[in-house]
Design a protein around this ligand. Sequence first.
Ligand code: FMN
Length: 158
Amino acid sequence: MQKLHRWTGDEPAHPPTQPLLYQVAYCSRASSDVDRAVLQRIVATAQRYNPAHGITGMLVFGSGVFFQWLEGPHEHVVALMQRLRGDPRHDTMVELSQGEEVRERLFPQWDMELVTSDHIREVLEDALESASDEHNLRALRHLLTCLEAGPLSGIQGG
Ligand SMILES: Cc1cc2nc3c(=O)[nH]c(=O)nc-3n(C[C@H](O)[C@H](O)[C@H](O)COP(=O)(O)O)c2cc1C
């Protein structure tokens, strides 16, 4: 019988039981002044904030569009989404999926990794290859489908 474990963010990064994970995937339009320096500042903020709140994930940027995958304790991910909605460096946030379930993290080592759109398929396919959890396999196939058919299909070139 699976032991449910709701994260508060204060636990060690890899608890022995699988946590109840909340995840959100969204796309947004970057403001016109987003450049390499802005991206570096965003990632530096994320790499400070996310580990302290049990959040991992991935940020993709290409052709003026952001795609971000966030996973972690429900209250911390919701609080971060709230801050993201008020960030003037992007607008038109479109939530592609969200949900909460007991499963392994898709990106357990990534506080917040910036991936160029050239590499997104590779990253997702690698994760798909190493995933054993049925929920993760489903989530990754879903993201790959979004990449093919959804708003992400417009992202070309890093
Ligand atoms: C596309 C995008 C992704 C971001 N991802 C994160 C993130 O994963 N973690 C984080 O702490 N801040 C992230 N930020 C920055 C937040 O929006 C916000 O600036 C930061 O949390 C500081 O919030 P504050 O200015 O209210 O203190 C991101 C910003 C953008 C534009």
